[in-house]
Design a protein around this ligand. Structure first.
Ligand code: ADP
Ligand code: MG
Length: 493
């Protein structure tokens, strides 16, 4: 870990300036909760059902219906609030945000406006080894809209032949997490979004997939000269990955600077990021708050979570991602490896192997190389097949010299293919450490590769490789490399 986190205010120097302009970034992240039912109704909350099959009278606000707040959604909001260092408001409220759009059948969205359930939090994120503290203004509860599909070549409303509406998503519980304008570079914004997504995934409150829209990020970007007020912001939508977020911000910074420098006056607007071109384009002028005519929802009670309830939720929180990574790093694992282990879902396996006395660095090496590769290739979860004790058993054979890395890799693959236990599989791949047997092979290889042998004799150690290769090939990778090296040197010195 690298000392104290720095806040945006403490950011000094000119490193982060772009052509003398300071960049201000704030993110709004929507998180779709995976509760069983919708935010204000008993309608099931599920993804991928036939269009318009998960729609109830309350979701459409038909006359005479009354909403009820989903208890689990409140608990989930409290969870993420606690995990992001927010204060949980003793009393918060729901308001109606009034606007018309065909995908919102009620003509208002129920959302928290004056007071949010979680306020004033922060996340510390690691950007290239430097810790940054990014403030969280609020996390509030609201409901999702339905989904419009614009049929036509553009896929957008402009130029559409017609539009389809699916109300299954209308009323799905959403959390909106609004950051403070504390980010100064695309990398900081990406690190913040990644950290937030990891927390959401660790809490298990959402599928947390940016690609599929269960997490959605809007980036607010502006530029100004240091020491002057913040510039006019553009809010960029349609960011479907952490990578897109970085690309969109980078494009937007350039566009804004070029516009201002060529004398244009920027207006506050919502822009759309085009994945294919890497460019943003105007969607609409930003509505001002007055346009929405917010008013308190007369149908919903205040949300007053008791201290006891909040504390009981705190006790159920899992170890948070940053803590898990820091723990691995304390055991000598570098940040990159810790990140791979964490994001590949291999933390439990790591912990169990270390608990079974395996060396943490060896475990990390195997998990980030062979095991992560196996998962990528097979698309399977290794945790279903391999436990920490078994991995530790395998690594011990490598440490003892019974297995070479290559042989151990083969044993692992056979084990994962269900061909037997480590003890059963190891002998067939055991390392060759019989000196006489190896010498015979080495003599043959020297005889077949006189050129390389002469070069080594002439004092060119690099030529050793040309001999090692055929020896390993002849022993099908089983030769003890240390021993071969020693024998070769003795023969050619
Ligand atoms: P809205 O819904 O109108 O977009 P929010 O309050 O929900 O407003 O979100 C505003 C977001 O914009 C916040 O994340 C905030 O940090 C960010 N922001 C505010 N001012 C600026 C600015 N000048 N430049 C960049 N981001 C900004
Ligand atoms: Mg907003």
């Amino acid at each position: 870990m690298t000392g104290q986190p720095m806040t945006a205010d403490q950011m000094t120097g000119t490193d982060h300036l772009v052509d003398g302009w300071e960049v201000i970034i704030g993110l709004e992240v929507h998180i779709e909760l995976n509760t069983k039912t919708k935010m204000f109704s008993p309608t099931p909350n599920a993804f991928g059902a036939e269009p318009n099959t998960l729609v109830g009278a309350v979701d459409l606000a038909l006359p005479g219906t009354l909403p009820m707040v989903n208890h689990q959604a409140i608990a989930d909001a409290i969870k993420i609030g606690l995990a992001t260092n927010c204060a949980i408001s003793p009393t918060s409220h729901f308001s109606r945000k009034n606007y018309f759009y065909p995908d919102m059948p009620k003509n208002y969205q129920t959302s928290q406006y004056t007071v949010a359930i979680c306020e004033n939090g922060y996340l510390d994120v690691d950007v290239d080894g430097q810790m940054w503290r990014i403030g969280i203004e609020r996390i509030h509860m609201e409901e999702d809209t339905g989904k419009s599909t614009h049929v036509g070549e553009s896929g957008r409303i402009h130029g559409a032949e017609h539009s389809l509406l699916d109300y299954n998503r209308a009323g799905v519980p959403l959390l909106e997490c609004v950051s403070r304008p504390d980010m100064r570079t695309p990398a900081q914004a990406q690190a913040y979004l990644s950290a937030l997504r990891e927390i959401v995934a660790a809490l298990g409150i959402s599928d947390a997939r940016l690609e599929e829209g269960s997490m959605r990020c809007d980036a607010n970007v502006s530029v100004h000269k240091p020491g002057t007020p913040f510039g006019v912001r553009a809010e960029v939508k349609n960011l479907n990955s952490v990578r897109s977020l970085g690309r969109a911000i980078t494009f937007e910074i350039r566009r804004q600077i070029d516009a201002i420098e060529s004398g244009e006056t920027l207006v506050q607007e919502t822009r759309h990021f085009n994945e294919d071109t890497g460019k943003t384009s105007t969607m609409r002028r930003k509505e001002t708050l007055d346009d929405y005519r917010f008013f308190p929802c007369p149908d919903l009670p205040d949300i007053n979570p008791s201290t006891e309830w909040i504390e009981s939720i705190r006790e159920t929180l899992p170890e948070l991602p940053a803590v898990t990574r820091a723990r691995m790093m304390d055991q000598g694992i570098d940040a990159e490896a810790a990140g791979i282990i964490y994001s590949s879902g291999l933390t439990k396996l790591y912990d169990a192997a270390v608990a079974a006395q395996a060396n943490p660095s060896d475990v990390a090496k195997w998990l980030t190389n062979q095991v992560a590769a196996w998962q990528n290739e097979t698309g399977r979860d290794v945790n279903e097949l391999l436990d920490g004790t078994t991995l530790a058993e395998l690594l011990e054979l490598v440490t003892k010299g019974t297995l070479a890395t290559q042989g151990a890799h083969k044993v692992l693959l056979s084990y994962l293919a269900g061909e037997g236990s480590i003890a059963e599989l190891a002998p067939a791949h055991a390392q060759m450490s019989d000196t006489a047997e190896l010498e015979a092979i080495i003599d043959q290889v020297i005889a077949d590769n006189q050129d390389a042998a002469d070069k080594v004799r002439a004092g060119n150690p690099k030529a050793m490789g040309a001999l090692m290769g055929p020896i390993m090939k002849a022993t099908r990778g089983k030769a003890n490399p240390g021993l071969v090296n020693e024998l070769l040197r003795a023969k050619l010195s």
